[in-house]
Design a protein around this ligand. Structure first.
Ligand SMILES: C[S@@+](CC[C@H](N)C(=O)[O-])C[C@H]1O[C@@H](n2cnc3c(N)ncnc32)[C@H](O)[C@@H]1O
Length: 289
């Protein structure tokens, strides 16, 4: 712990922000590595004579901030942490930083199934940091989930995040290509959920460097038209879902109608494109017969 005066800290903060970057990323750094919450940071100026206790010294925090500014490194990777819904998750450059717009996918599940205490069995394909599955099993302790990913290193981070968030044992992790690890669960899932890689290959090339240079390519690109993985997930879903089981998918901002057509072609019913908070058709859901 480093003890400094608020006055000294505020001068240092002003210097850091004058180099560039945004207040939000700076507050994230100070919260994750300095141990000062965003709200405490906002009110520091009220008592400049007070003392402040920081978990890391200013030189260390400055070197991280400089790395963020000079190399466009995402602040979440530099701090190895992301906040998502009410979760605090470990992230490394092996896993996608869970996005705020994805948070709504959990509410879609809650809206479909309500606050009933029935026992449900679900799978998440491509779990990354584990965010979606962990949020689901924490809110519904009677549910049982299986979270998969193609990358064992990713699953190790997701498992660590689950252990750190919960003392429950209702989430298991399996490695493999989409449905492959779920062979023994054919016809048993009440619902399956996925935020698959869906960026078209040419769009990927134009992504900002903080995404392209740092986030795992395998988590982002969905083939030429972006729908390669979505297509495969939809085609095989009927084998794994129970009758009337739901498939809940996130898609790129302009893919809703195409995903809807894929679901129709594969005999799904009750299909709906659900908007995110910006009014974009970000999710497409359907029920197998
Ligand atoms: C867009 S990320 C979503 C991560 C996380 N669910 C989220 O919403 O933040 C897609 C995930 O799918 C995984 N993935 C990519 N190809 C896969 C495949 N063929 N089979 C299973 N998972 C795959 C990636 O490793 C990545 O973790």
């Amino acid at each position: 712990m480093l003890c400094i005066s608020v006055k000294e800290f505020l001068l240092w903060k002003k210097k850091q922000l004058s180099k560039g970057g945004d207040n939000q990323s700076f507050a994230f750094l100070i919260e994750c590595l300095g141990g000062i919450s965003k709200s405490d940071l906002n009110f520091l100026g009220l008592n400049p004579e007070n003392k402040l206790y920081l978990k890391k010294n200013l030189d260390h925090l400055e070197s991280i901030w400089d790395d963020h500014l000079l190399n466009s490194s995402p602040i979440q990777y530099l701090c190895e942490m992301a906040f998502w819904r009410n979760l605090k998750l470990k992230v490394t450059n092996k896993v996608l930083i869970p996005r705020p717009e994805t948070e709504l996918i959990v509410d879609i599940v809650f809206k479909i199934f309500g606050k009933k205490s029935q026992k449900l069995f679900f799978a998440e394909l491509g779990t990354g940091s584990g965010a979606i599955s962990i949020a689901l099993v924490l809110d519904y302790p009677s549910w049982e989930g299986i979270a998969t990913d193609i990358d064992q290193d990713v699953l190790e981070i997701a498992t660590e995040n689950f252990i750190n968030s919960s003392s429950q044992s209702n989430l298991s992790f399996y490695c493999g290509h989409w449905w492959n690890p779920l062979q023994s669960f054919k016809g048993k899932l009440d619902f399956a959920i996925s935020n698959p890689p869906y960026i078209p290959a040419d769009t990927y090339e134009k992504l900002p460097k903080e995404v392209k240079n740092f986030e795992p390519k395998i988590a982002l690109i969905g083939g030429e038209d972006g729908l390669k993985h979505t297509r495969e997930i939809i085609q095989k879903a009927p084998l794994f879902l129970k009758e009337k089981g739901w498939l809940i998918l996130e898609n790129h901002f302009d893919q809703g109608e195409k995903v809807k057509q894929l679901l129709l072609k594969n005999k799904f019913t009750s299909i709906e494109i659900v908007n995110d908070l910006s009014g974009i058709g970000r999710f497409t859901i359907g029920r197998y017969k």
